[in-house]
Design a protein around this ligand. Structure first.
Ligand code: SF4
Ligand code: SF4
Length: 90
């Protein structure tokens, strides 16, 4: 079955309502935190996120849907400017 997609800066990502597939929010210890001053909006973090939990907001910067974020840290690891960092979730 074809999944609905939306476009972010030329990339195709799974539609918001179908992202992630399951709520993995209870898995994580760390959460991604982005510094918008250092972030270029390249959206590489979204491309690499295994849960497709990241979409662009109105400013073209990444926004994480925390329902689908498992805290793996791939987004922070792939961020070329290191604006995305993992921080301990309270
Ligand atoms: S990879 Fe880093 S610089 Fe690029 S959009 Fe994501 S947080 Fe911003
Ligand atoms: S920590 Fe992992 S699951 Fe969460 S947004 Fe980053 S890459 Fe996606």
């Amino acid at each position: 079955m074809m999944r609905k997609v939306e476009s972010i800066k030329g990339m195709l990502v799974v539609d918001k309502t179908k992202r992630g597939g399951q709520d993995v929010s209870s898995w994580r210890i760390y959460v991604p935190s982005n510094d918008p001053e250092k972030c270029t909006g390249c959206m590489l973090c979204a491309m690499y996120c295994p849960e497709a939990a990241i979409v662009a907001n109105e400013e073209g910067k990444p926004e994480v849907d925390m329902r689908f974020c498992k805290g793996c840290g791939v987004c922070a690891n792939e961020c070329p400017t290191k604006s995305m960092k993992m921080v301990r979730e309270d």
